[in-house]
Design a protein around this ligand. Sequence first.
Ligand SMILES: Cc1cc2nc3c(=O)[nH]c(=O)nc-3n(C[C@H](O)[C@H](O)[C@H](O)COP(=O)(O)OP(=O)(O)OC[C@H]3O[C@@H](n4cnc5c(N)ncnc54)[C@H](O)[C@@H]3O)c2cc1C
Length: 235
Amino acid sequence: MVAELPVEKDRHGHIVVDGTMRCPSHPEVWALGDCAAIPAPDGRPYPSLAQHALREARVLARNIAGVLDGRTPQPFVYTTLGMMGSLGHGKAFGQLLKVRVRGVLAWFVRRTYYLLQMPGWGRRLRIVTSWTFALLFRPEIVKVSLDSEAALLLREAAADAGLKAFGGVNAPYIWVKTPESLTSWQMFDRMLRELNVVITPGAGFGAQGEGHFRISAFNSRENAEEVARRLGTLR
Ligand SMILES: Cc1cc2nc3c(=O)[nH]c(=O)nc-3n(C[C@H](O)[C@H](O)[C@H](O)COP(=O)(O)OP(=O)(O)OC[C@H]3O[C@@H](n4cnc5c(N)ncnc54)[C@H](O)[C@@H]3O)c2cc1C
């Protein structure tokens, strides 16, 4: 988007602005952050860093409001507070003003700094709680599944067809009792012949599965709806 703007850019493609972040060629255009080359008092552009972008935003907001009120915009002047980097596993390094820190202390300072950058104490509390949990407990890998929605749909369709259905709640499978004391393989044949739907015969899971069959919801919403519709035609 920046590349296509008809404003002056430097050799890195950054929009050329003056110290107040205003475009000299188009005074109605202001730019900041990574897309702008904002000159520091020594003439060199500020680095493309978040700590600069955040502060540039505040000065720029004041400048735009000031210009609208007829005041002279002020240049952005900022001395880098330091640098920090994470190494993971509770380790980091950094330089805060002139003080070098590393290890757990740097990790803690870095996290605390980022935490305080989050807007609102409610959000900060939520984040710090989540971080603390992550420190104390192993991550719990869960499958975020949209299949459960299709599973519920199929379960309801089976129930509407007069079948006794189980499962399908927070699970991708629906277990259904075969009607009329059919064996699970007889039901397999019937579902295939009458509805053109493939199910899994319960007997395939062992003797306890006999008399039941399984419908899988691992499918698209459209296919699940189609199977639900066909279940409604089961006689
Ligand atoms: C991997 C990485 C690590 C970094 N680590 C650090 C660090 O440790 N410390 C530090 O100070 N800085 C770091 N930076 C730099 C820092 O992220 C940037 O300097 C800062 O985010 C710049 O802010 P910005 O608002 O200019 O741009 P951005 O934060 O990039 O925001 C631009 C926004 O505009 C949106 N956007 C883009 N195109 C369009 C469009 N056409 N329409 C609508 N929206 C659009 C983007 O989705 C984005 O949300 C890092 C950058 C990277 C890439």
